[in-house]
Design a protein around this ligand. Sequence first.
Ligand SMILES: C[S@@+](CC[C@H](N)C(=O)[O-])C[C@H]1O[C@@H](n2cnc3c(N)ncnc32)[C@H](O)[C@@H]1O
Length: 276
Amino acid sequence: MIDEKKVEKHYSQGSIIDLILGGIKSMGKTIKNINIDDLALVDEFHIGGLEATKNFINKLAIDPSHHILDIGCGIGGPSRYTAETFKCKVTGVDLTKEYIEVGNTICEWVGLSENISLQQASALYTPFENNQFDAAYMMHVGMNIKKKKELTDEIYRIIKPGSLFGIYDVMKTGEKDLIYPVPWAQTKETSEVNTPEYYKQCLSQSGFSICEETDKKDFALNYFKNMVEKINKKNGFPPLGIHILMGDNAKEKIKNSHINLKSGSIKPYEIIAKKN
Ligand SMILES: C[S@@+](CC[C@H](N)C(=O)[O-])C[C@H]1O[C@@H](n2cnc3c(N)ncnc32)[C@H](O)[C@@H]1O
């Protein structure tokens, strides 16, 4: 069992909103004219940023009548992309109170509060009724969850029969220990990286069938290559970037993720499953 309080502590920075406001100012913008594409630089907290979100979310067959669940929504970038693109309703849950507060503030800035509600909750014990959502997804969240079968059972309970559950997580591909810190954990105490086979086993045991799988290793290698080039060219991080969500040792966390990926220990991987 991973201690959820420790996970929340890992992600909380205490000053995220001020850092984002500072970044917006450095870009010569304000909260009145910032848009979700600008904000995607900081609020898409996973490998591949907005491009990864677009590729992934578009596999979920979402339409405007849908109510979608974003599990481990972070500060809400993927929720805003989904609500804005498909004109649907999105509910997000996340363990980290500061992320929820920042996420709801940003939704107000960009006029999406009507369609999006972000709330603090664990993915393992959500406050939702059975068969409530038309689809659910999670992006880079499972690496903090040891009880994967409890997770897939809970998602199975709250989505409608016949609806899709998409997972885009960093998964285990080798036996080598990971080098820490990484963006999702300071040490292995709050990290639980599993193989795609294990995810699929839990999904099947909960009652899902597997519709589609995508290996994102090459995509990720390219993403890190571009990121390193940009950082070297600008001699540091840009005004808005996911480094804001990673604290003082952001550089080390990004570097270690890249090393773990190149060494074959991990890779990002997508699974789309259907509730039978
Ligand atoms: C790397 S961030 C990804 C955020 C968001 N999905 C995105 O892609 O921008 C991982 C998020 O998962 C959340 N998280 C981790 N374990 C969780 C759990 N058991 N229940 C809900 N949220 C969780 C963390 O608080 C954090 O916001």
